[in-house]
Design a protein around this ligand. Structure first.
Ligand SMILES: [Zn+2]
Length: 307
């Protein structure tokens, strides 16, 4: 028997793991702008056409945030007294998933190409973007309402919000609201505070999505308050800006949960209800953009709310 073979394989594996972990640490902890952007649009290089589009994307360094930003998030205001419906789109991951291997993950993901095509169509159709803080002000009668705007929301604070969504949003001149789970920040697969501050610096809104993503309707009042208030307070302290937009984990809420969101100082809270009025800023419905939604389906879904 060749006793050295398992030892050699073990050494190769260990070296690979050390290299991979160092690369991961570098990508997550390096200051924004310190790493050169790879060739490609907005710092994001699309995958080779020869690659299987469902294969995991090649690990890439974090893109630098272009210095042309931040965007103001300004939109064309509607005449006084007019408040058109604002379609609020719900995204989770922007990545490649094999629907056969991970149906749930596929449903929660759009590819960068899908998101790019959706944003391009929104831009061509004359949609301006509105952050949830401005949308809440419009709904509450405390700020201007847009003529034709869409609100883009990204849940959970996954790393691809920074690596994939941000460059596409900037390429199309759009702002969005990112809902962060404060207790997950910096964990594998999630953004760290450096990336979240970079989103803020690019004109994006940072909202709260609880501390640990529990079903808030299953908790007692003290725990609901802790999850709702503490997440926003932690994020506000880290980004140095108020956090006024909340998103219910898993879309789960009831009257008590909504009341806590309101009394905790937020101006809006979003749900996963697919449809409904926008009268109550603490029960706002959202349109789910899932991986199996075609471009035509996306356009139809959004255009159904045209003013
Ligand atoms: Zn979530």
């Amino acid at each position: 028997m060749k006793n050295w073979l398992p030892l050699l394989l073990g050494l190769i594996l260990a070296a690979g793991l050390i290299l991979a972990s160092a690369r991961d640490r570098e990508a997550r902890l390096a200051p924004v702008g310190a790493i050169g952007a790879p060739a490609g649009i907005g710092g994001y290089a699309p995958p080779d056409a020869t690659r299987n589009p469902l294969a995991p994307p090649i690990s890439r360094p974090a893109p630098a945030v272009p210095t042309l930003m931040p965007l103001s998030g300004a939109f064309t205001p509607a005449p006084p007294g007019q408040r058109p419906y604002i379609p609020i789109l719900m995204y989770h991951y922007v990545r490649y998933v094999d629907p056969g291997a991970d149906p749930l993950g596929y449903n929660l993901s759009v590819t960068p190409e899908q998101l790019g095509a959706q944003l391009a169509w929104l831009r061509a159709a004359g949609y301006e973007s509105i952050r949830m803080d401005a949308a809440a002000a419009c709904i509450r009668g405390m700020g201007p309402c847009p003529v034709r705007a869409v609100a883009l929301t990204f849940d959970d604070g996954y790393m691809d919000a920074f690596t994939a969504a941000l460059p596409l949003l900037q390429q199309h001149g759009y702002v969005a609201t990112f809902y962060i789970v404060s207790g997950f920040v910096g964990q594998p697969g999630y953004m760290g505070w450096g990336e979240i501050r970079a989103l803020r610096d690019a004109g994006m809104e940072i909202g709260a999505h609880s501390v640990t993503h529990p079903d808030l309707t299953s908790l007692g009042l003290d725990d609901i308050r802790a999850q709702v208030a503490q997440s926003g307070a932690t994020i506000a302290a880290e980004i140095g800006a108020p956090v006024v937009s909340f998103c219910y984990p898993g879309g789960r809420f009831n009257d008590t949960v909504a009341a806590v969101a309101s009394e905790s100082g937020y101006t809006s809270a979003t749900t996963t209800l697919p449809d409904g009025p926008q009268e109550n800023p603490f029960t706002l419905p959202r349109l789910r953009v899932s991986g199996d939604l075609t471009q035509e389906g996306f356009q139809w879904m959004v255009a159904a709310y045209l003013p």
